[in-house]
Design a protein around this ligand. Structure first.
Ligand code: KG4
Ligand code: ZN
Length: 353
């Protein structure tokens, strides 16, 4: 029997049962991650090896270094995930892997490894979208959360407002026209001389500042549409710092950080809550690395509550890249029959809708 025929016959059994234990692999950027997740909701293990210390000295992710470190780490991380779950490959029903979007060399490491495991075991392989994974981080945190709902995805590579119509079906409502929110956080953090990754460092500095000290504003975001733009805010911060330097004035960096954070988070939260209202959704979820930002979580919670909308955001350990979120998204794709043969490739730019 060919690999695909065997995988398809196993898929049918799993769909009949409605149950599956999924081994997931995520290597889209600078985290080598693997997890074992049961039925899309129960995390049996979640192993993450972060490359942040390696990239920090360069002020950002160096793609070639990321790929090489994934090659070194993917085997041990998968082994840890299985060991922590008290399982072997025999106990696993299917394998899910992030196929995109992300850094192509980094993605290829996980995809090749997952294909090898699938071929060796004959188990179904699920090519999983990274953003679907971030959204699914909410299923791990809220057992009762089911589509449809509105989701704001804000990460280093994406800022999307999405209608999650079903586990395997998303409609893009709005997106950034330029920088992603996390990217803007990282770039502004760099001009404030904070280490990489800048988002969490900027949040710490902002906690000591006044969010209303400086008004960083961007006209584009005042429209009624759901698209967003963050590069203007980043330029406004750079201009503010340069003007102050030319005038010989000292700048309160914490005030700048707090004011920038307030501006970005106001745009994200206003647009996302309005999208949920217009979609007629009773629930708004947050996902992606920037969902770890406490100020954003609070703003969304308050604004959603005022409109009678339930707000969900992932547990902190599932906010930034991890394997468990891919295991959850992979389970639902599996149940809907989305399995792959061994010919698919990693795709760096992969639309969600
Ligand atoms: O989802 P993620 O781990 O990787 C991508 O898929 O991009 O997101 C990483 C991004 C980085 O830009 C990082 O600075 C940002 O999320 N981030 C934060 C915080 N924690 C992570 N941004 C603002 N505040 C945070 N606490
Ligand atoms: Zn991510």
């Amino acid at each position: 029997m060919s690999y695909y025929d065997e995988a398809e016959s196993r898929l049918k059994t799993l769909q009949r049962r409605g149950e599956a234990t999924v081994l997931s692999i995520e290597t889209s950027c600078d985290e080598t991650a693997a997890a074992v997740v049961k039925n899309g909701r129960q995390v049996l293990s979640n192993a993450v090896y972060t490359q942040i210390p390696i990239h920090r000295k360069f002020g950002g992710v160096v793609p070639e270094l990321a790929s090489r470190n994934h090659v070194d780490q993917v085997g041990p991380v998968v082994e840890s995930a299985l060991e922590d779950a008290g399982m072997t490959l025999r106990d696993i029903d299917a394998i899910a892997v992030t196929g995109g979007p992300g850094l192509v060399g980094a993605l290829l490491v996980g995809v090749s490894y997952a294909k090898g495991l699938a071929f060796a075991t004959g188990k179904p392989l699920v090519n999983t979208h990274h953003i679907l994974g971030h959204i699914a981080a909410n299923y791990l945190t809220f057992p009762d959360l089911v589509p449809p709902f509105t989701c704001l995805v804000a990460s280093g590579g994406h800022s999307h407002i999405i209608e999650v119509a079903d586990y395997d079906r998303c409609v893009l409502i709005g997106r950034t026209r330029d920088d992603a929110a996390g990217e803007a956080y990282d770039k502004v953090a760099r001009v404030l001389e904070l280490p990489y990754p800048g988002g969490p460092e900027l949040e710490k500095l902002a906690a000591q500042g006044d969010p209303h000290a400086v008004r960083f504003h961007s006209a584009f975001n005042e429209g009624e549409g759901f698209d967003m733009s963050f590069s203007g805010l980043k330029t406004a911060v750079i201009n503010y710092l340069q003007n102050a330097k030319q005038r010989g004035e000292t700048v309160n960096r914490a005030d700048v950080a707090a004011s920038f954070q307030f501006a970005v988070n106001s745009i994200l939260s206003d647009k996302a809550v309005r999208a949920a209202v217009e979609n007629g959704h009773g629930t708004l979820a947050l996902a992606g690395g920037v969902s770890a930002n406490k100020n954003l979580r609070q703003m969304l919670d308050q604004k959603a509550q005022k409109r009678g909308i339930r707000f969900c955001c992932p547990d902190f350990k599932y906010c930034t890249d991890n394997g468990a979120m891919i295991g959850s998204a992979g389970f639902y794709l599996l149940m809907a029959g989305h399995i792959s043969d061994l010919s698919f490739n990693a795709v760096p730019y992969l639309p969600i809708a």
